[in-house]
Write a protein that binds this ligand. Sequence first.
Ligand code: HEM
Length: 509
Amino acid sequence: STFQWPNPLLNYADHQLYEGPLNLFRGCPARDNTTVPAQWLRLAYHDAATHNVDDGTGGADASIMYELDRPQNIGEGMIASLSDFNSLSSLTPMVTPYSGMADVIALGAIFAVVSCGGPVIPFSAGRVDATEAGPPLVPEPQQPLASHIESFRRQGFSETEMIALVACGHTLGGVRQADFPLIVTNTSIDVDTFDTTPAFDTTIVSQYLQNTTQDILVVGPNVTTRSDFRIFSSDGNATMQSLLSPDTFTETCGNLIQRMINNVPNGVNLTDPISEPFDYLVGDPLFAYQNGTFIMTTSLRVLSPSTTSTITMLWTDRQGSFCPSTGCSILPSSTEQVDFSIIGQILGATAERYFFNATINATSSISKFWFEINDNDGSDPVVVDNGGSGFVIEQDSLFVDSIRTQLIQVPEVGVDTKVVVAVRGNVASTNVSVIAFEPQSSAAVPPFLPSTTSINLQLDESNPPEGGFTFFTTTVSGSVMYLSEITSIADGVTYTQENFYLFDIFPTF
Ligand code: HEM
């Protein structure tokens, strides 16, 4: 599939699915006598369950961050899961200036299922985070069947789908005694697991049908809270019978959980579902100015590369006369095999990432770039040119200087980042500002919200003007990962750049 650059949201979706840090939780890891994936999947259900098809409100919107004091959301897995997502932001941003925690919770459900051996669920990005609690609509075990049927109808699921979705959810994890003492009455049990395997598999179904189930919501001493029994048996076990087939279970659960996490309020538009890595993924170009040249660095991830291929980056200059008519060109400076997540591996993806370090005449500059892949086997080279337009450099008058921008070690604090922005023109009246975006929250408990700070930059004393550029600077905390907006205003002319990912500059950090 084709990636049209720039598209930060789709780039984020591909990165999270195929190269992201949720992959650290592969292999269905245990925690708190249940599993991390069980905790993530329940969190995602409770976030999405507030969806109301009748009026188009609620759903997968991270409102769960404001609803944890409700009895329906009791359970230590909730805070633990949200804390997982918040602390991963110290490695790589989970929330970004253009995407929020609701997308992360949905990604968590996808990784949860696959981590325990379930299907690969396609991901659509673009959920919008709520800023307050939604209606208290999560079903509870003591409620009668009719209220569960109505609750699932409101969430957009038929009675058959309700049966299946509950079985898909309750193939993972179990019920915690401390939180549900009226359900798990045996105080020597910490978590009473729904079935005998931690895996995302049909054991929940087969043990139920064989009457060997240990699911406490089926066989518990308290009849009132046997909600799984009432739900599973509500159609004479017809749906449970059909789910005995591992293929049916996998396909049904994949589809239903995908619909569950895509239940968003009206007016929220999700991207098309992503079910495979993009064929070619370009890295956002970085610029630095040095002695009359621009150093532009970028990269290209190529899926299923041929071992014999030569990859060339080409570009045209802004004046139209400096580069030859075929374009200026450069070969990669280095390459690296892409380390795909469990999801990428299941899809059989292999890829190589090629890094380019172009030295560009700063006067004639660069207007656009593209790539050519020649397999050297007589076939025509493949041109990767963003659907024909090339990767267009909109302006070369304002950029974060990727060489002058540096990490500074601060004893006992960690690191700060000295940000240096280059602005064309030697104008003392230039006003340069950035919005610094920190994805990780320092709060001890949810809601975990990113923070943004507006900063006016100062003239950089240690980087005097050079080659028609003036350099402006500020020092930000090392936990600032994006400059969500960079703006310069000089003599009535405004330049802006959005969503600059600062950590592209320090790839090994
Ligand atoms: C009528 C509907 C449902 C009821 C009454 C219900 C009830 C419960 C209860 C009481 C627990 C124990 C929670 C704890 O001790 O922390 C639980 C756990 C769980 N539920 Fe449900 N549930 C329902 C539907 C669903 C659905 C649709 C899903 C997902 C598709 C789901 C996924 C889970 C998971 C994964 C756990 C295990 C959590 C862990 O081990 O930490 N549930 N459920």
